[in-house]
Design a protein around this ligand. Structure first.
Ligand code: NCD
Length: 310
């Protein structure tokens, strides 16, 4: 079996696919430390097509491909540097790039753009973030980080805090985590940035327990994972409203002392002020490891796309 396009977190409907992906990611991690890496993508070309800024996602996909022997063609500012600036439609761009590459990793500013691309693409599309929608590969690496550090996902209590309205990584992580037994969610945001109601309906139909808070302090002592997010400035129509909300929650060393000793502090990065830099040396801080894990999860995904799932 091969993975088709990876467009939405909802494509993964049970934990079996996740577990087999994590097993390969773990193997990639070990091989990367020991070397040499098998050249599993030899002869393949990955195109990265980014209409929005990226550091981790683009570089880790490109590095994953190169490490496994594939090659990369790339545009990091497709809005300006591709034929979009000449009025080309996304569909036409994808049809054309699909003739030059074996897989397209795409980040776009519109929700649903990856699904549109997948409709016409002759090669697999990987959604590297579509507007405020989904960021499935980030959700996968987040879950891999949880699984690796806690040894389980079932039964955990996850706090997500910050911009739950616009933060696509939160959307993906919640959907993936919800596939596991007995998980519960604490949703912490200002009312203006609360999780879209569709997610709450989804939790209710699946009997997943969740609580809504406007403050961080009350939930920290119970959390197994505290997942902080950036207030997504680029989604705001008004700078004044962004300025009002941007520092809604700051995880300080004092707050961290109230957390369980074996809990995890996570963040998809980039970080602004929401985690104080002094927290970085706390043994629970996992965000830089999380970014590194993106490399292994993306190596595993590319391997499964091209070589099938064992
Ligand atoms: C995130 C994104 O682009 O959604 N970054 C990432 O891929 N790690 C998070 C963000 O921009 O806040």
């Amino acid at each position: 079996m091969r993975l088709p396009h990876i467009v939405s977190s909802e494509q993964f409907t049970d934990t079996t696919l996740l577990e087999s992906l994590f097993k390969v990611a773990r193997e990639m991690e070990e091989l990367d430390h020991k070397g040499p890496l098998p050249q599993l993508l030899s002869g393949k070309i990955l195109a990265s097509l980014f209409y929005e800024p990226s550091t981790r996602t683009r570089f880790s996909f490109e590095s994953a491909c190169l490490k496994l022997g594939g090659r990369v063609i790339s545009t990091e500012n497709a809005r300006e540097f591709s034929s979009v600036s000449k009025g080309e439609t996304l569909e036409d761009t994808i049809r054309v790039i699909g003739g030059y590459a074996d897989v397209i990793v795409m980040r776009h500013f519109e929700q649903g753009a990856a699904a549109r691309a997948a409709q016409v693409s002759p090669v697999p599309i990987i959604n590297a973030g579509d507007g405020v929608g989904d960021h499935p590969t980030q959700g996968l690496l987040d879950l891999y980080t949880i699984q690796k550090n806690l040894g389980r996902v079932s039964g955990i209590r996850v706090t997500v805090a910050g911009d739950l309205l616009n933060g696509r990584t939160v959307h993906s992580l919640l959907k993936f985590t919800a596939l596991y037994e007995g998980v519960s969610f604490d949703l912490v945001s200002p009312p203006e940035l609360s999780l879209p109601s569709g997610y709450l309906d989804f939790f209710r139909t699946r009997n997943i327990s969740f609580r809504v808070f406007e403050e961080l302090a009350p939930v920290l002592p119970e959390a197994d994972v505290v997942y902080m997010t950036r207030v997504q400035k680029e989604r705001f129509a008004s700078v004044a409203q962004y300025d009002e909300l941007k520092n809604a929650f700051v995880l300080t060393p004092a707050l961290v002392t109230t957390m369980k000793p074996n809990s995890l502090i996570m963040h998809p990065l980039p970080r602004n002020a929401e985690i104080a830099p002094e927290v970085d040396t706390d043994s629970r801080a996992r965000y830089f490891e999380q970014a590194r894990n993106g490399l292994y999860v993306r190596m595993a995904l590319l391997d499964q796309i091209f070589n099938g799932i064992n």
